[in-house]
Design a protein around this ligand. Structure first.
Ligand code: TMP
Ligand code: ASP
Length: 238
């Protein structure tokens, strides 16, 4: 699939057109940002690792009946995806307290909650991705109630599959962010699923195996991402 004109460049990925109007090339960069772009850096080979990890997870989710924008991994850093109209909402799923939730609720990180929490954030860097609820989504025309309900339902299904998947490779899925897109009348999973947007803790050592290593300056970031990919690959998740 030949790379056409650039459509957009985000913090971690670039999107290019292809000869097929319905397909897009998603190119994974090594650039890393945190705190709404206030902290900037680069993680060696992150793009390659995230493309591989995302591809593995999308394929597994597809197998389990979750529709995604994934078509195929075409090179180290490129994933062919379906063109969707991205819903400008970040759907954050939380199984264990960490990050902004721990801060907001005044609790320690690592508390297993009795219920999974789903939060919605308005995808807007300039505003710092503010947390919103169903009322904001409807009142500002970001989506319909039906679309919110579908996103939540899909997020919970994804949660079951991904929690089991990571548990199987010795990782606790603490929390993560999903994005969805419209394609015709359908809503499918889009963006990427990688240690950039998941919190993954080693089940034995408790060590952070995700972008928190970058956010918190813990070092060995590439090694952690590599380890996540290695474990998923070894399990034969294809
Ligand atoms: P938080 O604790 O900072 O709100 O993050 C919750 C989860 O969502 C965590 O796994 C990281 C992910 N996330 C993103 O992928 N992008 C974002 O912009 C934010 C704020 C969080
Ligand atoms: N991805 C967001 C940023 O680049 C937030 C984060 O992941 O911490 O700022």
């Amino acid at each position: 699939m030949k790379q056409g004109a650039q459509i957009s460049e985000g913090k971690a990925k670039i999107l290019y057109e292809t000869e097929d109007k319905s397909l897009i090339l998603q190119y994974f960069k090594d650039d890393a940002t945190a705190f709404d772009g206030k902290k900037k850096g680069s993680i060696k080979d992150k793009g390659i690792l995230n493309n591989s990890i995302s591809s593995l997870i999308f394929q597994l989710l597809e197998k389990e009946g979750i529709k995604t924008h994934f078509v195929e991994k075409v090179s180290d850093r490129e994933m062919l995806i379906k063109r969707v109209d991205i819903i400008p909402i970040e759907v954050v799923v939380r199984n264990i307290t960490a990050g902004s939730l721990a801060k907001r609720m005044g609790v320690e990180e690592g508390r297993v909650m009795t219920e999974t929490i789903i939060e919605l954030y308005y995808k807007d860097d300039a505003l710092g991705d503010p947390m919103i609820n169903d009322y904001h989504v409807r009142a500002f025309g970001l989506g319909t109630q039906k679309e919110i309900d579908i996103c939540r339902e899909k997020a919970l299904k994804v949660n079951k599959i991904m929690t089991a998947l990571f548990d199987d490779v010795g990782l606790t899925l603490v929390d993560y962010k999903l994005e969805f897109g419209r394609i015709g009348s359908e809503i499918i999973l889009a963006d990427e699923i990688s240690p950039d947007n998941c919190r993954l803790w080693d089940k034995v050592s408790g060590e952070k195996m995700d972008k928190d290593r970058f956010r918190r300056g813990l070092g060995n970031i590439e090694e952690a991402y590599q380890e996540v990919l290695k474990r998923l690959s070894e399990k034969g998740i294809k």
